[in-house]
Design a binder for this molecule. Structure first.
Ligand SMILES: [Zn+2]
Length: 242
């Protein structure tokens, strides 16, 4: 299992680590990392890997190994791989990660405004989307949602997280908003992300990376609401004025 440094500090941009292995596809496994592995609709991080006493190569993306707890740093074909036991320094493409953190946090706010079950979603650095099962199509309006999101952003609500036990989550099933992405249970504890004091704006299990305050998201706009089925509505959000 890779120690996931972003879980305690999503703003840590780099770290040193020791190489535990290089898998059969050339992916590098470290004892710890600041890189988020693709999961829950959030893409894996990219950046650079610097080998102690050697060269620097790009990290194209980051994924989970089959065991779902080991993080694999994917290097482009032809890159020089470090040796097992070597010391390396990995650094995030911070501009990219920060956009994903702002977008990810914005999707929590969208969840807070659209009080219907979430059936899917994808985070992107420029545009993101959430799919909802909405019985009453008139319940969502592009301009009203844009205004609602920007009001929650401008209010600069704090974003925090805490851990609860699997049993506490089972006792509070209403906390789970996303049917498509089950909270990562099994380790005995689940990370709850709260927006607003005591989660007054949004409170749900989430393993992703978020900004510290909603004001950091900056202005956004609902770019499109698409009908994807009898009930399903796909709501797309983008940064405004970037
Ligand atoms: Zn989240």
């Amino acid at each position: 299992m890779t120690e996931q440094l972003y879980r305690s500090d999503a703003y840590q941009r780099d770290c040193t680590a020791r190489v535990l292995g290089v898998n059969e596809r050339g992916g590098v496994i470290l004892d710890r990392t600041v890189f988020y592995a693709a999961a829950g609709g959030q893409p894996g991080d990219k950046g650079t890997l610097e080998i102690d006493g050697g060269g620097t190569c790009p990290i194209a993306t980051t994924v989970y190994d089959a065991d779902k707890t080991t993080i694999v740093h994917v290097l482009p074909d032809g890159s020089t791989r470090p040796d097992v036991g070597q010391s390396v320094r990995v650094a995030l493409d911070w501009d990219h990660r920060m956009k994903l953190m702002r977008m990810h946090t914005c999707l929590h706010l969208l969840c807070a405004l659209v009080k219907f079950p979430v059936t899917g979603g994808q985070i992107g650095a420029e545009e993101s989307r959430l799919d909802f099962d909405i019985e009453d199509a008139d319940a969502v309006d592009k301009d009203k949602l844009t205004a609602g999101l920007n009001a929650l952003i401008a209010a600069d609500h704090p974003v925090s997280d805490r851990w609860i036990t699997d049993a506490e989550l089972d006792a509070n099933p209403h906390l789970v908003r996303t049917m498509a992405v089950k909270p990562p249970k099994g380790s005995g504890r689940v990370r709850l992300v709260a927006i607003g004091e005591d989660g007054s704006v949004d409170l749900q299990p989430c393993g992703g990376t978020h900004v510290r305050r909603t004001g950091e998201i900056g202005p956004v706009a609902i770019s499109r609401i698409e009908k994807k089925g009898k009930l399903n509505r796909r709501i797309r959000v983008a940064f405004a004025g970037e």
